[in-house]
Design a protein around this ligand. Structure first.
Ligand code: GLC
Length: 555
């Protein structure tokens, strides 16, 4: 494990501040575990904490520094656990608190840090607070914990404003006594009233509960949504848009959210300074993101601009430069991410005719990505990402080169976005399919009984872990080698100097390593006097030239 000394950057009101590289998260590679799809220990077809514990050696050997677990708390699973009914316990489908403690202890004993998800914007409608609020009726203190309002229209039959849910449909649901409550997501996810001190106090208590157990940090869900503009005015855009389409409107990125994170920063500081917060904040323009990582707020924020650009040299160059500059201006380290549980896997996006497109899921009726081309570009983009200074996030299965499942039958889809948009949005199930561990076992080794909450496509067989371990050219061995080289060369703590950036080519140096990525259609000559440390494919360099859709590190 790396140094744990935290150097808070000196804040200067005008200029750039020095960036701390000694905090463990500054250059960490963090692996996102989507618990229901990682590994099933008890055979019910849904991944669980025992499954995580059983595969920690795999993650250690992959070479990551930390894991982030998506929610495993008590939940009716209306939005795959992002609807929490009890923040202080584990849902029985994922195990018990004792399983969590064992997992945490096993991870720590291997030198792996553990980040858990915190979902503060909304609870589940099965949360005790919401159940009590419904029972207590209009005007009660219980309703003040959420955003209940009277409706508009003669008899209050119209929603209080024009906001739309991120998952489609109105953002308001009417209850029996005629009041309406706000839910920026599903009806089963009522938004909390973060202007209420009781909500603030409750979440500080929840943070302490998990910090006391020993977690190293929190990924903060919908971090830009907690405070809504006073008076809940109509939104010009009408819709509560999120995820790649920009976030404008009175429900997003209000200044008040920062006070909440200053409070959380203080809570974490009580635990010795090596715990961290990472924001899921879809804000626009992207430089607004640096406000979440000021020295007294969060430590990191996901760099969604980098993720959403797609396979596009000029766009990536811009996103890299601006992310580094924006973070430097507040003394924070930058993060990089290409895939997560909410987006089409980058190996599939990059195989579309337009590799910068941003589909909200892919169905059998849609254009089907080219698997091989997509994977080549995905490996090249990952090699680019691992060469950048800062922290990199991996979504489970990308190290295997898994594609999106693009032919799931509609009748087994689970994402509320599919149902709330009447199928207009395919939704996120395609990136959440259980991992293949062993090609020759039922459910490719995901579950001892062969059950699997979503079916796996047949191509997962040849991509199973046991088919890739020790196979030199496999995506898994490529990831392992890239992460080992990144660590040896100190790339996460380095700095970049650009040599060439055109619409076809990116070429920069970091810590004495030259990084070249070919986005074009033709081979490009590589500099003389250096040799390849690692390439995105075995055939990437031929006769001193880098082939299209390939990347290489040279030294
Ligand atoms: C975040 C999560 C997503 C979830 C939503 C509502 O965007 O990443 O999976 O559906 O918040 O909690």
């Amino acid at each position: 494990m790396k140094s744990q000394t935290v150097t808070q950057p000196a804040v200067s009101p005008n200029g750039p501040v020095s960036v701390s590289t000694t905090s463990w998260w500054g250059d960490a590679v963090i692996y996102q575990i989507y618990p229901r799809s990682f590994a099933d220990g008890n055979g019910d077809g849904i991944g669980d904490l025992v499954g995580v514990t059983e595969h920690l050696d795999y993650l250690k050997e992959l070479g990551v520094d930390a894991i982030w677990l998506s929610p495993f708390y008590v939940s009716p699973q209306a939005d795959a656990g992002y609807d929490v009914a009890d923040y202080r316990d584990v849902d029985p489908i994922f195990g018990t608190l004792a399983d969590f403690d064992r997992m945490l202890g096993s991870a720590h004993s291997r030198g792996l840090r553990v980040i858990v998800d915190m979902v503060p914007n909304h609870t589940s409608n099965a949360h005790g607070w919401f159940v009590a609020a419904l029972a207590a009726g209009a005007g009660s203190p219980e309703r003040e914990l959420y955003l209940f309002r009277e409706g508009r229209g003669e008899n209050g039959e119209l929603p209080p404003n024009n906001w739309q849910s991120v998952f489609g449909g109105p953002a308001w649901t009417r209850v029996e006594d005629g009041q309406w409550y706000l839910h920026l997501f599903d009806t089963a996810q009522p938004d909390l009233n973060w202007r209420n001190p009781a909500v603030i106090a409750e979440f500080e208590g929840i943070l302490r509960f998990w910090l006391d157990r020993g977690v190293d940090g929190f990924r903060v869900d919908v971090a830009h949504g907690l405070i809504k503009q006073d008076g809940l005015p109509d939104s010009d855009a009408g819709a509560a848009v999120m995820a790649g389409s920009g976030n404008f409107g009175p429900m997003w990125d209000q200044d008040g959210v920062h006070d909440i994170y200053r409070g959380w920063n203080a809570v974490l500081a009580e635990y010795g300074g090596d715990r961290m917060l990472v924001a899921e904040a879809w804000v626009s323009p992207p430089d607004r993101l640096s406000r979440y990582v000021r020295p007294d707020e969060m430590q990191q924020a996901f760099n969604f601009e980098f993720m959403t650009i797609g396979w596009n040299a000029a766009g990536l160059r811009r996103a890299i430069d601006s992310a580094l500059a924006d973070n430097r201006s507040v003394g924070a380290t930058t993060t990089w991410v290409l895939s997560n549980h909410d987006v089409v896997r980058h190996s599939s996006r990059f195989g579309l005719a337009d590799p910068t497109s941003w589909p909200k899921g892919i169905s059998a009726d849609d254009e089907q990505p080219l698997i091989e081309l997509g994977l080549s570009r995905a490996r090249a983009a990952s090699l680019l990402m691992f060469a950048l200074p800062g922290s990199a996030y991996i979504f489970e299965g990308e190290e295997l080169g898994l594609p999106e499942h693009t032919t799931l039958p509609d009748d087994i889809r689970q994402d509320p976005a599919f149902y709330r948009t009447g199928g207009q949005e395919v939704g996120r199930d395609g990136c959440r399919v259980p991992l293949p561990w062993n090609a020759h076992e039922p459910s490719f080794g995901f579950s001892p009984t062969g059950r699997s909450w979503l079916p796996q496509p047949s191509v997962f067989g040849e991509l199973a872990v046991d088919q890739q371990v020790g196979v030199a050219d496999s995506t898994l061995e490529f990831y392992r080698a890239a992460l080992a080289t990144r660590r040896e060369r100190g790339l996460g703590g380095g700095d970049i100097q650009w040599h060439i950036s055109t619409a076809e080519l990116l070429h920069f140096s970091n810590s004495g390593v030259r990084v070249v990525v070919n986005f074009g259609r033709h081979p490009v000559p590589l500099p003389h006097g250096v040799s390849a440390l690692i390439a995105s494919e075995p055939d990437a360099v031929l006769h001193g030239e880098l082939q299209p859709n390939r990347a290489v590190w040279l030294a």
